[in-house]
Design a protein around this ligand. Structure first.
Ligand SMILES: [Ca+2]
Ligand SMILES: [Ca+2]
Ligand SMILES: [Ca+2]
Ligand SMILES: [Ca+2]
Length: 420
């Protein structure tokens, strides 16, 4: 439980102490995203951004989960938010989506409430649960102790801005960090969560996979071999590290990865492999081929006040199950409390860059990759308005913009890239 104390000792997190004591949990998310390379010649020149707001004044005071998807099917990326628990202050948490106005102007994002009686969460994801291209919202409700998904009304011919969204309960459970993907490779999206802080009664361990049988039936699989099974943790990403030939994905976490066995419903059969035996207990994790050698690498940073450093782990040519096959490269030791990392080619030079958002000093910015990950150029977007960044072309002009909820604070920001 030492890492819990590391977490709550942080002055900015003092308010968490009470809540943890009464059986709660809070904060953070990890994400990785692949952005299509546009193929233009890159530059190390500073990328200009215009800071505006998706929502300058949300109804609650706790910013938390954020996701990006085209909710209404008009071809423009919309912003989804799922508020954090308010700890008795700061208004009613909600799940909402903001319709992208398609112009880089402030005040034109139209907010629609998906759930007005929401308890609060730490992560939100979007995915087409029914596999029909219609994007639904997946999150958790802490006070309710539920992992839930909200069905986009377009699934039955409705309007996501006017008609009620249908709430589906995946399971009773909690999360600090979540990933959604076709883990089994069978065409159905599954949900995996990490991090329960060990504070709730009846918990079954920090990493749980919910295998989708159908949108209203999920099989719960507890990862008993996770090194932090009896503790707490954060940091989750999905990737095929074992070399599965059948579309299966493994779970990549804060210093280890869990290899999918022949029977993924057997939690005891998932095997843990370490890539950093001293990884932070709470982390943000992403997987991407940083150096372009065809092998997936891992990007990790400490999260939630946990000591760490923004680093990438180069996968060597040997066995990925061998810790010695992973070489740590520290990018910046002062970036050590990222709630989320986003991977995107910010300068469109064909090399993936790393977008970070701190939960401590609250910086937000990115590191440009020189091409093989041997040197990085940092561009700070804001020294104080950072939090949980996502990347997409929100303006529809071909360059990559950044949106974010601040870390446990509002409002919802957008930084429009002015390159094009
Ligand atoms: Ca849209
Ligand atoms: Ca690589
Ligand atoms: Ca780049
Ligand atoms: Ca843009």
């Amino acid at each position: 439980m030492a890492s819990v104390w590391t977490f709550i000792r942080k002055p900015r997190n003092q308010r968490l102490l009470t809540w943890l004591g009464s059986g709660g949990a809070v904060a953070a998310a990890g994400i990785w995203a692949v952005v299509t390379y546009v193929g233009t010649t890159g530059s190390t020149a500073t990328i200009p951004f215009n800071h505006l707001f998706v929502d300058p004044n949300p109804s609650t005071s706790i910013g938390s989960g954020i996701a990006l998807a085209d909710i209404d099917g008009d071809g423009r990326l919309d912003v989804i938010t799922a508020d954090g628990p308010t700890f008795g202050t700061g208004g009613q948490p909600v799940v909402a989506w903001y319709q992208n106005p398609g112009v880089e102007e402030q005040g034109n994002w139209t907010k629609t409430i998906i759930d007005s009686q929401f308890g609060g969460t730490d992560d939100a994801q979007v995915a087409e649960i029914r596999g029909n291209g219609i994007m639904d919202v997946i999150t958790s409700d802490y006070p309710a102790g539920q992992i839930v998904w909200y069905e986009n009304p377009r699934n039955w011919g409705g309007d996501p801005a006017k008609d009620p969204w249908r709430k589906h309960v995946i399971a009773n459970g909690f999360l600090h960090d979540m990933a959604v993907g076709d883990v089994l490779g069978n065409g159905k999206l599954d949900v995996v969560v990490h991090g329960h802080f060990g504070a709730f009664s009846g918990e079954s361990g920090p990493t749980v996979l919910y295998i989708q049988n159908d949108p209203d039936s999920w099989t719960e699989v507890t990862m008993t071999n996770a090194p932090d099974h009896n503790g707490n943790g954060k940091g989750i990403a999905l990737a095929n590290l074992a070399g599965h030939a059948n579309g299966k994905l493994d779970l990549v976490e804060n210093g280890y990865w869990l290899e999918q066995p022949n029977d993924p419903t057997n939690g005891n059969a998932w095997t843990a492999h370490t890539f950093d035996s001293s990884g932070p207990s709470l982390a943000a994790v992403a997987v991407v081929d940083i150096n372009g050698d065809g092998r997936l690498d891992i990007v990790m940073d400490g999260s939630d006040g946990t000591p760490g450093a923004l680093a990438w782990y180069e996968q060597g040519s040997g066995n990925p199950r061998d810790a010695n096959n992973w070489t740590k490269h520290t990018i910046d030791a002062t970036i050590n409390t990222s709630h989320m990392l986003a991977i995107a080619d910010m300068n469109q030079d064909g090399h993936p860059d790393i977008v970070f958002g701190e939960g401590g000093p609250n910086r937000i910015g990115f590191f440009l990759n020189n091409g093989d990950g041997s040197s990085w150029t940092m561009q700070l977007i804001s020294p104080t308005n950072g939090g949980r960044p996502l990347v997409g072309d929100l303006g529809g002009d071909g360059d990559l913009d950044i949106v974010g909820t601040r870390d446990d604070r509002v409002p919802v920001d957008v930084w429009y890239n002015q390159s094009k």
